[in-house]
Design a protein around this ligand. Sequence first.
Ligand code: RIB
Ligand code: CA
Length: 309
Amino acid sequence: MIPIIIDCDPGQDDAVALLLAFASPQELEVVGVTTVAGNVALELTAENARKICELAGRSDVKVFAGCPRPTVRPLRTAEHVHGKTGLDGADLPAPTMKLQDEHAVDFIIATLLGHEDGVTLCPTGPLTNIAVAMVKEPRILPKISGIVLMGGAIGAGNTTPAAEFNIHTDPHAAETVFTAGVKLTMLGLDVTHQALTTPERLAAIRAIGTPVAAAVAGMLAFSGKRNAERFGLAGAPLHDPCVIAYLLAPDLFAGREVHVAIETASELNMGRTVVDWWGSTDRPANATVIDRIDADGFFALLTERLARL
Ligand code: RIB
Ligand code: CA
């Protein structure tokens, strides 16, 4: 049983990551869900996380609101991808479960300091909360079992030619996290653009026939449309659930331990993850960068788990 904190900005794909985690209680203990401004504003990401908890029948899960904006740069949200609500494509009721009073950063700190055997952090949005927790309380660093994050890219970005959305939104936070010396696994666009929600895969999810499956199919159809058209892909890349699937079935993935630096000076390349894939420098590896996935195996796992909710 791996204790995890999911730090997210739901966002349809974050929502599916949450559901995959909730559907896997034998392997994952979701100690808490922290939310951050990213795809949409914090108020909405905090509300959406609770909508998904209740959709999964998990109103027992503690949900916390974190930072309402990046550490240095202004917040730029992505309603054009995720819709006004951030969860367009599913018509979910307003949550009845309450948001925790404690700030997400304080929850992350308290949980890490209080957990004997360490906790794995699973950021699927901008890294603002994680970085602020590290700066506020450096004693948490040795208590982090690992960070498995969705973000960055070896190749082209999706927000600028150089940068992926999560890292581009808060590159300074990403630099703090990538230089913290913590065990880091980066699932970037190179791997998530192989996890395509094709019509067949979407149909298999819809065929589960439950309210959860209907909501997932609706959300992925909505967010997928623009993604697939824009990138000319057979379906929308399913980014954030790759983080949870990596914890559940690491053998579905492959990658390499390399050095990753974050661009925070050049406006042109702001937020780029500079991945030393071919060992061109003598910089020591600070991350395992994943570049391959068994996409059929991933969707089989996702579909099987969603059917349990
Ligand atoms: O670039 C994709 C990432 O940005 C995903 O986490 C998506 O939810 C958005 O946060
Ligand atoms: Ca996200």
